[in-house]
Design a protein around this ligand. Structure first.
Ligand code: OSB
Ligand code: MG
Length: 373
């Protein structure tokens, strides 16, 4: 049994070390919502809402999520007894459509609070089996093919085990083709963030010749059917990201053969209960999964690392070390990886496995609101 007594929302600002441009927009500074959760016995933990600054990835934004959490999500969990963490997801779905990132911030927080209280690492509570996870990097669109080749070279030298390059019509074949030519055997992939349509089939077939590990979400953010049409015409596996918003959508992808790999972001699917269900379904169908990222702080990263320790997370995730994103993270120790690209799952400490730097969060906080039962 667990019961929340208090939730405090914080907005912090963290400048990215390098600008991150995807086909649908540019990010230079993250506005991040962090939530401090406290149960009725005074046990505390932190969680992160991964909604972006603008509605260019999904319809959710930090400002909308702030309202949704304070008005609709928090009242469904504050002062409510939950028998088990898996019971939170159905309680948040009943007669409450969408807003997965807002719901996930609390659903996942309750999993972590449970782990913290029971003195158990979050990864263990989730059923994780891997003690270290392979690490990848997601590289934004660069000013030129030469700049992209140089940035990928640096990432390969850093030891990343998967290199994802963002693409956009007009900033695609020349750019990523130059990288493939420079690194014929490197573990490369591309992510289009919905920038193409089926009318672009000729261009997509050009990308198909580069033997990428996968092409992520080439078509519309909510599409499954057209991806099935496209997958029939491509050798490269399609990986769906934006379109997989629930277990049912994952089932749709599998039934329609709309993709062969799934990027699981727990925020996008409403939290850990759905993430685990999608993981299990994919495993039953021989579909590999990997953990995506939303440029999280070290708090959100703790949740992603714990999830990625489940056995069917067999492809490297977009789970880079803290120093790839920030001059200084908000957790200690910061997230690091070995020279050959592995990140340890913290299994020697309960809950998140890292210490949240509360003083630093207070210094960075530009907005704060406390909600009580
Ligand atoms: O499509 O995977 C994406 C970041 C923001 C929004 C969408 C995406 C991404 C990334 C970043 O690729 C991955 C990371 O956190 O390192
Ligand atoms: Mg993506």
């Amino acid at each position: 049994m667990i019961r929340l007594q208090e939730i405090t929302l914080h907005e912090i600002r963290l400048p990215l070390k390098e600008p991150f441009r995807i086909s649908s927009g540019l990010t230079t500074e993250r506005r991040i919502m962090l939530l401090r959760l406290r149960d009725v016995n005074g046990v505390t933990t932190w969680s992160e809402c991964v909604a972006g600054e603008k509605p260019n990835y999904s319809s959710e934004t930090i400002d909308a999520a702030w309202l949704v959490i304070s008005e609709y999500v928090a009242p469904r969990v504050l002062g409510v007894d939950f028998e088990k963490p898996v019971d939170v997801h159905p309680a948040l779905e009943k007669d409450f459509r969408g807003h997965h990132m807002s719901k996930a911030a609390l659903e996942m927080g309750i999993w972590a609070l449970w782990a913290e209280r029971d003195g158990m690492p979050l990864a263990r509570l989730l059923g994780g089996t891997q003690t270290r996870i392979p690490t990848g990097i997601s590289i934004g669109i660069q000013p030129s093919p030469e700049a992209l080749v140089a940035r990928v070279k640096r990432a390969l030298d850093d030891g990343f085990r998967k290199i994802k390059m963002k693409v956009n019509p007009g900033e695609d074949v020349q750019f990523v083709g130059a990288v493939r030519e420079a690194f014929p055997d490197a573990p490369l992939m591309v992510d289009a963030n919905n920038a193409y349509t089926l009318d672009d089939i000729a261009q997509l077939k050009k990308l198909d010749q580069f033997k990428f590990m996968m092409i992520e979400q080439p078509l519309a953010y909510d599409d499954i059917v057209r991806h099935a049409t496209l997958q029939k015409q491509l050798e490269t596996p399609i990986c769906l990201d934006e379109s997989i918003t629930s277990l049912d959508r994952a089932q749709d992808m599998i039934t329609l053969h709309a993709g062969r790999i799934i990027n699981i972001k727990p925020g996008r699917v409403g939290g850990f209960q759905q993430s685990r269900a999608i993981h299990d379904l994919a495993q039953q169908h021989g579909i590999p999964v990997w953990c995506g990222g939303m440029l999280e702080s070290g708090v959100g990263r703790a949740y992603n690392v714990a999830l990625a320790s489940l056995p069917n997370f067999t492809k490297p995730g977009d789970l880079s070390p803290s120093s790839r994103y920030w001059a200084q993270d908000v957790v200690t120790p910061e997230w690091t990886m070995s020279p050959d690209g592995w990140m340890d799952v913290p299994l020697d400490r309960p809950g998140l496995g890292v210490t949240v730097d509360v003083d630093r969060i207070d210094d960075l906080t530009v907005r704060k609101q406390t909600l009580t039962a």
